[in-house]
Design a protein around this ligand. Structure first.
Ligand code: BES
Ligand code: MN
Ligand code: ZN
Length: 509
């Protein structure tokens, strides 16, 4: 799909579909200048149609209207951007995503998008970037496995071009915005593709192969550790979790180095849980719980996605990353409840449940990343069902040892529209994971399950500022939204990219 910019008068363009942003004020639609020009050409018919359909302009609400040859455009797609007084990039992303989907469903393959008015509070280049991200994410599909009998619901033709139109934007600024959007959306789509791939295809070794290809294309250093190397560094927890699988584990180390000197800069360290399939092991999951466990590698996928775009987005700080890949299966070589594992930092872990495997591989990943020179750690993991119970679907649970890191991540998440909520690390709950035989137990019971998962990980932060993103509630969605279809969401990628590209730009470094 080609996403571009054209300096033109949108009211005169022949187009299969023109997307028109519509804001809300007191529950009533507010048009842009271009929208008002369309309305005048239709003798007030546009506002009338919106009113008749009770279109309020709330974010990502859409209404597709035929133009009956009264305009050069065949249809208009009104795209709600929400309250005019609180209009932000994130709303335009969702509005364009939803409108692009509506235009595609109506059969359009070439879509034109009119920009919001300058006085709506969003700078034009920022609007182009946000809108282009919305179009790309909204139109994402995973159809690698669609065959001759694909259901008709997915048969609408692919959109070929999305063109953002404005009469007064510098083409260079527009071009830069489009490039940034493409890099960001490519990163999210990579994470989605990995999350949607069946576990029979995406194993620890094929994930490592993919990471090596991505690293080469994205200018990253990469090092892949297999069972022997894992044994040599004492990554016993990773070996135990992957021990039952015919597909042995991998630790994938990546490093991004910015141009120029990185002396004195912070070195964020990203750690991603990549369980390519989680059966639960001998603490086996019930049928429903296992259904979507091909997606239990979403944390690792988000880390790889973010790393893939750092050079294109001009990130100014070095970044270390570790993807902890293993498959949690059952066999004669699998680990068991009652086993005790020694972590790389000497902390011993007593296994109560083989289904609490994510924290085990992350323990190795966190220590390894700290030893490679990270100055702060951020892990992403589909860690607990308890986070889903606590926050509901769609939000990421944030735990952090450090307010600066927490606030920066919350701000980055807010700017992208990825929902994130900070959770506590109550020290009183530590006693729930005190070991009987070893130092700590890998489960703390039902109460505060997301918190005790985070408290477990905290034993491996090696004194560094650390944040843990439990993405279990947000890594997959059960129905389509403005930013994508059912399935893997690629959550975390946009927040990480925001956070990392803002580091070292101001007083931070
Ligand atoms: N991968 C699961 C968590 C999960 C649940 C992710 C639902 C996505 C959706 C994780 O490995 C797990 O099984 N966690 C256990 C932990 C418990 C045994 C302490 C859980 O949440 O039940
Ligand atoms: Mn599990
Ligand atoms: Zn898991």
């Amino acid at each position: 799909m080609d996403v571009r910019f054209d300096a033109a008068d949108v009211t005169k363009l022949p187009a299969q579909a023109v997307v028109l942003p519509v804001a809300a004020r007191d529950g009533k639609p507010v048009l842009t200048q271009a929208g008002m020009a369309f309305d005048a050409m239709l003798e007030g018919g546009l506002l009338e149609a919106l009113q008749e359909a009770q279109f309020s302009g709330k974010t990502a609400e859409t209404l597709t209207l035929p133009t009956f040859r009264c305009l050069a455009a065949r249809r208009l797609v009104a795209a709600g951007v929400g309250d005019l007084d609180r209009f932000e990039a994130e709303a335009f992303t969702r509005a364009v995503g939803a409108a692009a989907q509506a235009a595609r469903s109506a059969g359009a393959t070439e879509i034109v998008v009119a920009l919001p008015d300058g006085d709506w509070g969003l700078d034009t280049a920022a609007a182009i970037e946000a809108g282009a991200i919305g179009a790309r994410l909204g139109l994402y599909r995973f159809d690698a496995y669609r065959g001759a009998a694909a259901p008709s619901s997915v048969k609408s033709r692919e959109v070929e071009t999305v063109t953002f139109i404005d009469e007064a934007v510098a083409p260079e600024a527009a071009g830069r915005a489009l490039d940034r959007a493409a890099a960001t959306a490519r990163a999210v789509d990579l994470a989605r593709d990995l999350g949607n791939e069946p576990a029979s295809v995406l194993t620890p070794e094929t994930l490592a192969d993919r990471a090596a290809v991505v690293a080469r294309e994205a200018g990253l250093q990469v090092e892949i550790l297999g069972p022997e190397e894992l044994a040599a560094i004492g990554a016993n927890a990773t070996l135990a979790v992957g021990g039952g699988s015919a597909h042995p584990p991998r630790m994938i180390r990546l490093r991004y180095e910015p141009e120029g000197s990185s002396e004195g800069r912070p070195v964020p360290g990203l750690v991603g849980k990549a369980i390519t399939f989680d059966t639960g092991g001998y603490s086996i999951k019930p049928y429903e719980g296992m259904l979507e466990m091909k997606g239990d590698m979403a944390g690792g996928a988000a880390v790889l996605g973010a790393m893939s775009a750092l050079r294109d987005l001009g990130c100014r700080v070095p970044v270390e990353a570790t993807i902890c890949a293993a498959e949690n299966m059952i066999s004669g070589t699998a680990f068991r409840p009652g086993d005790v594992l020694t972590g790389m930092n000497g902390v011993t872990m007593e296994i109560l449940s083989t289904d609490a495997e994510g924290r085990l591989v992350l323990a190795d990943g966190l220590v390894d990343t700290a030893r490679r020179g990270a100055t702060e750690l951020i892990d992403l993991a589909t860690l607990t069902g308890a986070a889903v119970v606590a926050l509901g679907n769609g939000a990421t649970a944030l735990f952090a040892s450090d307010d600066r890191l927490a606030d920066a991540l919350l701000e980055a998440a807010g700017e992208t529209g990825e929902r994130m909520w900070r959770m506590p690390l109550f020290p009183e709950l530590e006693e729930q994971i005190e070991g009987e035989v070893g130092d700590i137990k890998n489960t703390g019971g039902r109460a505060g399950g997301a918190i005790t998962g985070a408290l477990f990980l905290q034993h491996f932060r090696e004194g560094l500022p650390w944040a843990h993103l439990d993405i279990a509630p947000a890594s997959r969605q059960s129905k389509a939204t403005a930013t994508g279809p059912k399935g893997a969401t690629g959550v975390g990628v946009r927040t990480l990219l925001r956070y990392l590209t803002e580091l070292g730009t101001s007083t931070e470094a």
